[in-house]
Write a protein that binds this ligand. Structure first.
Ligand code: ADP
Ligand code: TRP
Length: 334
């Protein structure tokens, strides 16, 4: 049986190390396996939830597309597209909305966090919460179910959303007809949610990232800003004392990671540790950086690749949507 892999990245900024190790790298690796079909995309409608800056959405779409391609996505082997080019996803989104309990969305962590922050500040619980944020896992479910994905490689922060997509698929299959595949989140074992330069989750939305495609010098500069404690060179250091170790681990082999932990325990200076991390990152990213700059010099080519991908994706989407519409009773009168 052919396995279907699907994942997306929102277009709200420049991709960073977290996006790469959490989603882009595992998805590209999976796409290279035998008997696998991949659907990899730019989640630009999801971008509108977090970003009201049209220029940023536009620039980010180019940056995320170029990143996927620079990291080795082969547009012949995969279906590579922009979410907004597939209107069928929005149609499915509505049909799924009509069968999803509001209570399920109440439990989504991004919405819950916004409500909690409001409550802590004594504001109305729903202050500044828009329907995009509230329904975000719905649209994500439509993305996943539209292409009957089995595996969804994502970072740990997205597991809950994939589980919601699974619930919603099960509910539709139960209420109507068995049309949807129940998807599963695929998590990289050696990768934690990477922490950004301010101690929060590394995220495009927080301006706290280590970007993927910076020059070697700027990459090292960003690495130098990773938070560490005040321990002096020679003092033993634990692997949990700085986000630096988890980043190294996401890029190194098991043996290298073990050796790095030993060096820290033996008193490696933080400055030295940062140099080692910078070199490790550069090893994996140097060629991708070069390809990225070649690609962004020719945006029309990227556009052409995306439109060709959308054509493939839409053919597939229309077929399933026809069945879904029929199942719910939206049919030709005859
Ligand atoms: P961001 O928070 O930077 O806007 P996205 O929401 O576009 O990221 O996430 C795209 C993919 O990258 C998702 O699968 C997500 O889980 C993964 N990801 C995002 N941030 C991190 C991180 N800090 N560590 C690991 N994976 C991450
Ligand atoms: N919501 C995901 C994120 O912010 C991006 C995304 C949108 C996605 N649709 C998806 C990921 C479908 C996997 C599958 O990280």
């Amino acid at each position: 049986m052919t396995k279907r892999v699907l994942t997306g990245v929102t277009t709200t900024g420049i991709p960073h190390l977290g996006n790469y190790v959490g989603a882009i790298r595992p998805a590209i690796r999976a796409s290279q396996e035998e008997n696998t079909e991949s659907f990899l995309f730019l989640a630009d409608y999801h971008g509108l939830i977090k970003c009201r800056d049209p220029e940023m959405i536009h620039q980010s779409t180019q940056a995320v597309a170029a990143t996927w391609l620079a990291c080795g996505l082969d547009p012949e082997r995969t279906t590579f597209y922009r979410q907004s080019d597939i209107p069928e996803i929005m149609e499915l989104n509505w049909i799924l909305t009509c069968i999803t309990a509001k209570g399920l969305m109440n439990r989504a962590h991004a919405y819950k966090a916004a409500v909690q922050a409001n409550e802590e500040e004594g504001n109305d619980p729903d202050a500044a919460v828009d329907m995009g944020l509230f329904c975000y896992p719905m649209l994500m479910s439509a993305d996943i179910l539209m292409f009957r994905a089995h595996d969804v490689p994502v970072g740990r922060d997205q597991i809950q959303h994939v589980e919601m997509a699974r619930d919603i698929a099960g509910r539709f299959n139960h209420l109507y007809r068995d049309l949807f595949v129940l998807p599963e989140a695929k998590i990289e074992e050696n990768v934690q949610t990477l922490v950004g330069l301010d101690g929060r989750k590394m995220s495009k939305s927080y301006g706290n990232t280590i970007p993927l495609v910076e020059t070697e010098k700027k990459l090292q500069k960003a690495v130098n800003k990773i938070v560490t404690n005040l321990k002096e060179p020679g003092e033993p250091k634990g692997t949990d004392e700085s986000p630096l170790f988890e980043i190294y681990k996401a890029f190194a082999t098991e043996e290298e990671t073990a050796a790095f932990a030993v060096s820290l325990a033996e008193g490696l200076a933080w400055g030295e540790a940062k140099k080692i991390l910078g070199a490790k990152l550069n090893e994996e990213l140097a060629d991708k950086r070069e390809r990225y700059h070649e690609l962004t010099a020719n945006p029309a080519k990227i556009e052409e690749i995306l439109l060709a991908g959308a054509k493939k994706a839409r053919a597939e989407a229309r077929e399933l949507l026809t069945q879904v519409r029929d199942a719910v009773g939206i049919r030709v009168l005859k």
